[in-house]
Design a protein around this ligand. Structure first.
Ligand SMILES: Cc1ncc(COP(=O)(O)O)c(C=O)c1O
Length: 485
C-alpha cells in the first residue's frame, strides 16, 4: 500500500511540470517572441481584415487532454484559427468601431504583471501595486481637470467602468425600489449601448429613460434638456441622472458638456460623462477645447485601450466623491480582517465589484514611463488632423454625402448613386472594402440610412493609411458603378 508520503511525492513530480526549467522557459519564450516579432515586423504589410469562411473551428480538432502539445503546434493553432480570420485589431488599417492598436510596451507591462502576479486589490497586500494604480487615477484626474481627491478604478473596459459609475450614482441618491419607477435618466439616443446594459444590470430598468432632443450634429440640445427636466419636475417625477457623451461611437459627437453640467448642478442631478472613446483627447491641442466642461462631471469614463492605444483590457472610471464610490462598493468579510488595517491609499477592492483582479496598472504605467506623455499627445492630435483631412478630401469627390464635420476622430459618409437604392450601394461598397482587406471600415444605421464610418484612433494609422482609404473608396465606387442598375 502506498503511504501518503509516497503519494504526495508522486503528485509533486507531476505537478512540478507546471514549473518549466530555465531551458524550457527559453525554448517556449523564444518561439513566442519569434512569432510576435514577425507579427510586428510585418504589421504594416498585412491585412486589417481577412474575409474568410474560417471561423476558428480548427481549434476544436485539438481538444484539451491529459497530455501536452508542443509550443510550435500551439502557435500554429493560434495563427490559423485566431490570428488570421477577420479583423486584425493591431493593424493601422483598423478604422472601424473604435480602434486603438495595442502598443508593445503595454504588453511588456502585462508580462511583468503576470510573471510576478502582483496583487493590486487591497493596499495592505500590495501597497506598491495599489499606489501605482492610484497614481494613474490621479494623473488621469489631473489631465481632465478633476480635483486631486478624485478616486476611481482601472476596470477591464468602458462597459464595466460605466456600470461602476451608474451603480455609484444610484447609491449616491439612495434610490430604493419604490423610487426607481419615478426616477428619470436623461441621455441621448447616441449613447453607447453599454449604458443601457449597465442600467439594466444595476437593477434600474424601470427608471424612465428620457432621450433628449439632439441637434443636427447628434448632440444633446441643452435647452431641450432644461425644458424636459422642468416638465418632469412639474409632473412629480424624480430627475436623477444625466448621461452625456464625450465622443459618441457613431459620429464622435461631443455633447455640450459645460452647459449640461450647469443644468445638472441647478437641478441637483448626478452628471456622468461617457468619455470612453473621446476623453483622452484632452491631451491634444485641438481636442482639449472641444471637451470643455468635462471637468464638471461627477463621474467620467475614459478608456486607455482606446485613447491611449493600449491593448484591450483597460477602461477607467473616475469619481470625484470618494465616499460615494466607496459606499456603493465597500465590503466586509471576516477572512479579510487584516486588510482593513492599512488605509493610506484607497483600495480598488473598496471601489469596484472586483476583489482579485488583474494588475492592470502596469500595462499603462510602463508605457507612460518608457515613452513619456509627449508621443501620446502627438498621436492623438495626429488622429484629429487625419480625420479632418479625410473629411475634406472625401468631400471633394463627386457623389459622396458627408455626415457632420468631425468633432474628434470619427467621420461618416455614404455614396449616393444617381439612381437606385443608396443603402444597397453602400452595403456593396463596404463589402468591396472588406474584400480588399487593407483597411477595415464599419457601418451604422441612422434614420434608415446605411452610413459608412471611419474611426481614426489606432496608433499605427498614419497619412499613408488615410490616402489608401481615399483611393480605395474612389476605386471601389467606380468598380460598382460599372454594373450598377
Ligand atoms: C463611447 C463608448 N462608450 C463605451 C464603450 C464600451 O467600451 P468597452 O468596449 O471597452 O467595454 C465604447 C466602445 O466602443 C464606446 O465607444
Amino acid at each position: 500500500m502506498t503511504s501518503i508520503l509516497d503519494r504526495i511525492k508522486e503528485l509533486e513530480k507531476s505537478s512540478r511540470l507546471l514549473e518549466p526549467s530555465i531551458e524550457e522557459r527559453k525554448q517556449t519564450r523564444d518561439k513566442v517572441i519569434d512569432y510576435t516579432e514577425n507579427f510586428i515586423n510585418n504589421i504594416y504589410n498585412i491585412n486589417a481584415f481577412n474575409l474568410t469562411d474560417n471561423t476558428g473551428e480548427g481549434l476544436l480538432n485539438t481538444p484539451f487532454s491529459e497530455e501536452p502539445i508542443e509550443i510550435e503546434k500551439a502557435i500554429e493553432l493560434f495563427k490559423d484559427n485566431v490570428d488570421f480570420p477577420n479583423l486584425n485589431p493591431a493593424s493601422g488599417g483598423h478604422l472601424g468601431y473604435i480602434p486603438g492598436g495595442g502598443i508593445y510596451n503595454s504588453a511588456l507591462g502585462d508580462y511583468l504583471a503576470d510573471v510576478t502576479n502582483n496583487y493590486a486589490g487591497i493596499f495592505y497586500a500590495g501597497p506598491g501595486a495599489v499606489r501605482m494604480e492610484n497614481m494613474l487615477i490621479r494623473w488621469m484626474a489631473k489631465i481632465v481637470g478633476f480635483p486631486p481627491e478624485t478616486v476611481g478604478n482601472l476596470a477591464s473596459g468602458g462597459s464595466i467602468a460605466n456600470l461602476i459609475a451608474i451603480v455609484t450614482a444610484r447609491d449616491a441618491y439612495n434610490l430604493t425600489t419604490t423610487d426607481i419607477s419615478k426616477s428619470v435618466i436623461y441621455l441621448s439616443q447616441e449613447v453607447h449601448h453599454c449604458i443601457d446594459k449597465a442600467i439594466r444590470i444595476a437593477g434600474l430598468k424601470e427608471c424612465e429613460l428620457n432621450f433628449v432632443e439632439l441637434d443636427k450634429n447628434y448632440r444633446i440640445k441643452p435647452q431641450a434638456l432644461k425644458d424636459t427636466i422642468d416638465k418632469d419636475k412639474r409632473e412629480g417625477k424624480k430627475p436623477w441622472l444625466i448621461i452625456a457623451s464625450a465622443g459618441t461611437t457613431d459620429f464622435g459627437a461631443v455633447d455640450p458638456l459645460d452647459e449640461i453640467a450647469d443644468i445638472a448642478k441647478e437641478n441637483n442631478l448626478w452628471f456622468h460623462v461617457d468619455g470612453a472613446y473621446g476623453a483622452f483627447f484632452v491631451l491634444s491641442e485641438s481636442g482639449k477645447p472641444r471637451l470643455k466642461g468635462i471637468e464638471k462631471a461627477d463621474s467620467l469614463v475614459m478608456d486607455p485601450h482606446k485613447g491611449l492605444f493600449l491593448p484591450y483590457g483597460l477602461g477607467v472610471v473616475l469619481v470625484k466623491d470618494k465616499n460615494k464610490m466607496n459606499a456603493a462598493h465597500y465590503y466586509k468579510a471576516n477572512y479579510l480582517q487584516d486588510a482593513v488595517s492599512l488605509e493610506e491609499e484607497p483600495s480598488p477592492a473598496d471601489l469596484s465589484p472586483e476583489l482579485t483582479k488583474h494588475f492592470r496598472g502596469l500595462r499603462l504605467w510602463l508605457p507612460l514611463m518608457l515613452h513619456g506623455v509627449k508621443p501620446f499627445r502627438a498621436g492623438l492630435e495626429e488622429k484629429l488632423q487625419l480625420t479632418k483631412y479625410f473629411f475634406q478630401e472625401l468631400k471633394k469627390m463627386d457623389g459622396f454625402e458627408m455626415g457632420p464635420a468631425p468633432e474628434l476622430s470619427v467621420a461618416s459618409f455614404r455614396y449616393v448613386p444617381k439612381t437606385g437604392d443608396a443603402n444597397k450601394f453602400n452595403q456593396l461598397l463596404l463589402n468591396e472594402i472588406l474584400k480588399d482587406g487593407r483597411v477595415f471600415l464599419s457601418s451604422t444605421n441612422v434614420d434608415g440610412k446605411f452610413i459608412i464610418r471611419i474611426a481614426v484612433l489606432a496608433f499605427r494609422t498614419h497619412l499613408k493609411t488615410i490616402d489608401l482609404t481615399l483611393k480605395l473608396l474612389k476605386e471601389k465606387v467606380q468598380l460598382l458603378l460599372k454594373d450598377w442598375n
